[in-house]
Ligand binder design. Structure first.
Ligand code: NAD
Ligand code: UDP
Ligand code: UDP
Length: 316
């Protein structure tokens, strides 16, 4: 049964993943009922094990490429493998998850007449030709490369969201999430922060792809979750797309050095080949989210890395 009071029944697809598990936790803290839908492709039950005894939490193993008939008041669509290793492992499934998955979740939102938020990505800008990236930039994406299953899938999902909005008056929110890190990152998903921390803690070589002069801007997961919640609560005429992330840009080489220092590690740096289409520079312009939602990240990189290092120390 759906709720009509201040608390809601909220569907989080990909709820057993890194960002999804933090979101489920925060929504439960706010008193909402949460339906977590996940096929455990990259997520795991351990991420939400601490929530299962909460009577407001429900978990359903389901692949969103297939139709889903449930009753909810709001939808966060996060299901999709997010790290290059995982989304390139079965690229056809990655595109299906973004495209068929979006169609099914939009169909569900349309039947229920509820708001739906899409976890889009900075990858829609590809290897950007403008810097920092603003929402009005259309991107520089290779349609046939090894990252395309993810980038083009997410771009098509944005198209579907805006077409359901225009054609069916659906209430949509499109979040372009930039690199996010923190506890519950998958230890073997190959993302740079988890790789470097695990390598540093084990005193193994730190693997820098290419010369390490490529940049990223890293946002701590708690800050990101706050921005997603604010976006969902924003007025209906604010659909996005909106950049969510940290504007503090750092080279991968500087990041490696910082993690070695913070972990007190004896690791050396080694260089490996740069993967195809690896973006050279990435930094969000966050003027829009600051103006519309009054949000900006609060956690600086040292503080966030310290918490993430503590998490990995405990699990490895
Ligand atoms: P993640 O891989 O940890 O989580 C994704 C979750 O989706 C996993 O639990 C996985 O099992 C589930 N999933 C995958 N395919 C599914 C399917 N077909 N049906 C049901 N569940 C499925 O990744 P994350 O970092 O938590 O990312 C969450 C979302 O945020 C993704 O959509 C991702 O594209 C987006 N995003 C993340 C980042 C980042 O830096 N982490 C950056 C930009 C965008
Ligand atoms: N859908 C779903 N749950 C629902 C309603 C729809 O999974 O509660 C799926 C359904 O399988 C359909 C898709 O969403 O294929 C798109 O639905 P829509 O109503 O937009 O299109 P149509 O049903 O006309 O194809
Ligand atoms: N990277 C690296 N060593 C690693 C993992 C990643 O040098 O062990 C680089 C990668 O080539 C990219 C950056 O770090 O330039 C961020 O990679 P990640 O996979 O975390 O995210 P994305 O490329 O999707 O931004």
């Amino acid at each position: 049964m759906r709720h009509y009071g201040p608390t809601k029944r909220i569907l989080v697809t990909g709820g057993a993943g890194f960002i999804g598990a933090h979101l489920c936790e925060k929504l439960l803290e706010q008193g909402h009922e949460v339906l977590c839908v996940d096929n455990f492709y990259t997520g795991c039950r351990a991420n939400v094990a601490h929530l299962v005894l909460n009577p407001l939490f429900e978990i359903l193993r389901h692949d969103i490429c297939f139709p889903l008939y449930v009753e909810v008041d709001e939808i966060y669509n996060l299901a999709c493998p997010a790290s290059p290793i995982h989304y390139q492992f079965d690229p056809v499934q990655t595109t299906k998850t973004s495209v068929h998955g979006a169609i099914n979740m939009l169909g569900l939102a349309k039947r229920l007449k509820v708001k739906i938020l899409q976890a889009s990505t900075s990858e829609v800008y590809g290897d950007p030709a403008i810097h920092p990236q603003v929402e009005s930039y259309w991107g520089n994406v290779n349609p046939i490369g090894s990252r395309s299953c993810y980038d083009e899938g997410k771009r098509c999902a944005e198209t579907l969201f805006f077409d359901y909005h225009r054609q069916h008056n659906l209430k949509i929110k499109v979040a372009r999430i930039f690199n996010t890190y923190g506890p519950r990152m998958h230890p073997s998903d190959g993302r740079v922060i988890s790789n470097f921390i695990i390598q540093a803690l084990r005193n193994k070589d730190i693997t820098i792809y290419g010369d390490g002069l490529q940049t990223r801007s890293f946002c701590y997961v708690d800050d990101l979750i706050e921005s997603l919640l604010k976006l969902m609560e924003s007025p209906d005429d604010f659909t996005g797309p909106v950049n969510l992330g940290s504007p503090d840009e750092i080279t991968i080489l500087e990041l490696a050095q910082k993690i070695i220092d913070m972990a007190g590690s004896k690791s050396q740096i080694c260089h490996k080949p740069l993967p195809q289409d690896d973006p050279h520079q990435r930094q969000p312009d966050i003027s829009l989210v600051k103006e519309k939602l009054g949000w900006q990240p609060k956690t600086d990189l040292e503080e966030g890395l310290r918490k993430t290092i503590e998490y990995f120390e405990a699990i490895i």
